[in-house]
Every structure is written in structure tokens, then in C-alpha cells.
Design a protein around this ligand. Structure first.
Ligand code: OKP
Ligand code: ZN
Length: 316
């Protein structure tokens, strides 16, 4: 399996977030991706490749130009450490660092490269991207996300055929939902924690089903807190049925490991070996797939969780 990775992400190293106004250590740190990379690099069946470069047009197919320019200009003026933007921002969890723009752009290029490789005939490619993307909306950063990597890759693939996005991060992908809410050529299916009590709080309820031409092409499945594999897989089966009915040409998987039982900000009870079972179930779809890394914050076990999940795919 090809793994698309660039070390540019390291220039984006958030230090703290403001949680209810209090300074809290940031969990979305460079070590996340480094620990996954080192777990995969010595495994057979994995090959790490650099992202290709893309012009701004792919990024601008999803994000507003003025938002992109704002992010670039604002990060340029960060000297060291971090600060917070005043505009185009959803929350106080998503700081500007010196490298945020470059890293986010590179993460999008990882996802785009993975999409391109799938169009060229690979059955599955993994974008080891950071910062994550699924909370980023057309015109705003939020939830540690700046550009929506999975949405940018999906838009790219949608020129060639119908795309289904399956989002299995612990949190609802409000950005991805917003971007494709009125479209039927890209299906959005998400399994996540109850937004009544979990981030992003405002969206992800089961009554949100899309609008206009997109009505019926968004599906939100709420997974109860403390769910273990059995309960999780029951809901996953329903989500996968929606994807089968849609019969897409491509699958984009927004993959989060914050569903792990030891995750510091998650609330489910999945174990390392469960990730292999879950990926086997998704793999049964047999659709050409771009996997895009989203969350997952328990660094000591991130490498083994990624290896457990991806090794099932690497058999393909
Ligand atoms: C990003 B992704 C904890 C507050 C956490 C933000 C969560 C962002 C998750 N101090 N709030 O979906 O993994
Ligand atoms: Zn998450």
C-alpha cells in the first residue's frame, strides 16, 4: 500500500488550545503522524511516497480565495509559538502557527496525490495527512482543521465518478457535511459521538440529511459513548448499506483513531484489534479507496492502531 507523507507537517506544532477560556495543552501534535510513519515504514506491503504538487485550483474548488489568503497572511506574521485568528474561525481550539498554512496545504496535497494514484489504478492509497481536515468548512478553520483534505480529494475524484465519503473519526465532520450538503454526486456518511455532548456540538444529528438536490445524500449515525466493537459494527453495517445502495465509483475514508478506548478526547471503547475487524468490514465494499488520516490522539498506541487498520487493506 502506498502511504503519502511529507515532513512539512512538522512546521505546524500547536502548543495550547483554549478550552472554556482555559489554556489546555494541544493534542494535535507532530508526533501523531511521526509515530504512525515509523510504525508503517518497516512493515512489508507499505511504501512511503512524497506528495506531488498541485496548483491552487484544487484547493479553491472547495475553499474561498479570501479565506485561503487570510490564512496565508496571518500565519506569515506568527513569529514563534502561536496565536488565534479573529476571523474565519469556528472555535478556540484551532491556533495559527508559523507553519499552519504550509502544513495544511501539504496535507491537502497528500490527499490529492492519493486520489490521483487511485485514478491511476491503485486500489487503495493512504494519505498520512496532518493537520486533519474534516471540520474545515469552505470559509473557516475549526477543530484543529484548516483545509478539508478529504473534501478536496473527493471533489477531485467526483470529476470521474460518484464518490462516497465514510467518516469514522470520533467527531462529526461538520466541514465535509457543509461542503457537500446540497450535492448528490458526493455522498457523506458519518459515524460519530452524540453532538449533544461532544464536539462539534452544532451538527451531526440524525435529522440532518442534506438539502435541495442533496436531500437524502447525507447520513449521520450516532454511536453511544463507551461503545465496544459489537455495538459499533452494528451501526457500521447500516452505514455501509447506505454506501452500497449509492453504488459509488470511489470511496474516501476519513479515518480517526480517537474512537480508541484510551484516547484522551474520545469516548468509545474500541481496542487495537477492533480496528482490523472494522477495516475488514469496510474493505468488503471493494471500492477503490482513498484513506485520509483525521484524528487520534493517544500517541503511544497510534502506530499499532494504524498498522492494525491498514494491514487488512494492504492484503488487497
Ligand atoms: C478534531 B478531530 C478538548 C477539546 C476538544 C476539539 C476537538 C477537535 C477534534 N480539550 N475539542 O475530529 O479529531
Ligand atoms: Zn476527531
Amino acid at each position: 500500500m502506498l502511504v503519502v507523507y511529507s515532513d512539512i507537517h512538522e512546521t505546524h506544532a500547536p502548543v495550547y488550545e483554549l478550552y472554556e477560556g482555559n489554556v489546555v495543552q494541544h493534542v494535535e501534535v507532530p508526533d501523531r503522524v511521526e509515530t504512525i510513519r515509523s510504525a508503517l515504514k518497516d512493515l512489508p506491503n507499505f511504501e512511503i511516497v512524497e506528495p506531488r504538487s498541485f496548483s491552487d485550483s484544487e484547493l479553491l474548488s472547495i475553499h474561498e480565495n479570501r479565506y485561503k489568503n487570510y490564512l496565508r497572511a496571518q500565519t506569515k506574521s506568527v513569529r514563534s509559538g502561536q496565536r488565534f485568528a479573529s476571523l474565519y474561525i469556528q472555535d478556540s481550539y484551532t491556533p495559527l502557527t508559523k507553519g499552519a498554512y504550509k502544513a495544511a496545504r501539504s496535507a491537502a496535497e497528500c490527499a490529492l496525490t492519493a486520489a490521483q494514484l487511485v485514478l491511476e489504478g491503485s486500489t487503495v492509497v493512504y494519505a498520512l495527512s496532518r493537520p486533519p481536515g474534516h471540520h474545515a468548512e469552505t470559509e473557516s478553520m475549526g477543530g484543529y482543521c484548516y483545509f478539508n483534505n478529504a473534501a478536496i480529494a473527493s471533489e477531485y475524484l467526483s470529476k470521474k465518478g460518484k464518490v462516497a465519503i465514510l467518516d469514522i473519526d470520533f467527531h462529526h465532520g461538520n466541514g465535509t457535511q457543509q461542503i457537500f450538503y446540497d450535492r448528490r454526486d458526493v455522498l457523506y456518511v458519518s459515524l460519530h459521538a452524540d453532538p449533544t455532548t461532544s464536539f462539534p456540538y452544532k451538527t451531526g444529528f440524525s435529522g440532518e440529511v442534506g438539502v435541495g438536490a442533496g436531500e437524502g445524500y447525507t447520513h449521520n449515525f450516532i454511536v453511544p459513548n463507551d461503545s465496544t466493537l459489537l455495538g459499533y459494527q452494528e451501526i457500521l453495517t447500516k452505514a455501509l448499506d447506505k454506501i452500497r445502495q449509492y453504488n459509488p465509483a470511489y470511496l474516501v475514508l476519513s479515518l480517526g483513531f480517537d474512537t480508541y478506548h484510551r484516547d484522551p478526547i474520545g469516548g468509545f471503547s474500541l481496542q487495537t484489534s477492533d480496528f482490523a475487524r472494522i477495516s475488514r468490514q469496510i474493505n468488503e465494499l471493494e471500492i477503490p479507496t482513498v484513506i485520509v488520516q483525521e484524528g487520534g490522539y493517544f500517541i503511544p498506541d497510534l502506530g499499532s492502531n494504524a498498522a492494525a487498520f491498514l494491514s487488512e487493506y494492504a492484503r488487497r
